[in-house]
Write a protein that binds this ligand. Structure first.
Ligand code: SF4
Ligand code: SF4
Length: 221
């Protein structure tokens, strides 16, 4: 389809309410949810291409309005931000200016990061610019205490309860930390299903680096 035709194309649409449980926005998680929906409702979904709302808005502007990507919709939030909000900002804008536009900080934040609250990359310089892939900024007053050494597994099972795809992070963590005994290995094929949402890391009371251990295990085998 050429661009001028694409501008007039009105594709068929179907609204599916998937719920908002984290990490529902994760592509793999959405893929599972939509396939499950298709199976239950007898809808043939075919191959899926998952695009976020910001990307959809950029495609709309490019195809319908012939406008290059110059702005991004950014969600700005976190307990340290005075007026959290969603803003449309020009690519290249300083992170510090965006927080200032949100009323600044209530108190000095403990952590500032770009991306999602769990998977975000730390920002060390408020002069860093917004790029064409930015979608979130957050600044928090409290957080997990950096530098706390991980403890030992107390077998509480919280990591299993929270994993959205039913993995047993404790089992994989132990497999990654004991000396390799190939007769006792769990199924590494299942470990490869981990999509790195880090829910298990967050709930673990012993602060074990579960998702990091799982990805190391997958790389190794
Ligand atoms: S990061 Fe943890 S909670 Fe998320 S999918 Fe992997 S094992 Fe499950
Ligand atoms: S959440 Fe942490 S302490 Fe609890 S079972 Fe899982 S690994 Fe062990």
């Amino acid at each position: 389809m050429i661009l001028s035709e694409a501008g007039n194309w009105d594709p068929p649409s179907l609204l599916v309410l998937t719920g908002s449980r984290y990490p529902q926005r994760n592509q793999r998680e959405l893929d599972f949810t939509l396939r499950d929906y298709g199976k239950k409702e007898g809808v043939e979904l075919g191959s899926l291409m998952i695009l976020g709302p910001v990307t959809m808005a950029a495609i709309h502007d490019a195809v319908r309005l012939r406008k290059p990507v110059m702005d991004r919709y950014i969600a700005v939030g976190g307990s340290a931000v005075r007026n959290p909000q969603i803003m449309k900002v020009r690519v290249g804008t300083r992170v510090g200016d965006i927080f200032a536009e949100c009323g600044g900080f209530i108190k000095s934040p403990r952590r500032i990061a770009a991306g999602s609250p769990l998977l975000g990359q730390a920002i060390v310089d408020l002069d860093e610019p917004i790029t064409k892939t930015s979608y979130g900024l957050f600044a928090v007053l409290e957080g997990q205490k950096a530098g706390n050494a991980p403890g030992t597994c107390i077998g509480c099972g919280e990591c299993r309860n929270v994993c959205p795809i039913g993995l047993d992070p404790e089992e994989f963590y132990k497999a990654s930390s004991v000396s390799r005994n190939h007769q006792e290995e769990p199924s590494y094929a299942r470990a490869a299903e981990c999509h790195g949402c880090r829910c298990c890391d967050v709930v673990c009371p012993s602060r074990l680096p579960l998702s990091t251990a799982i990805s190391a295990l997958v790389r190794e085998y």
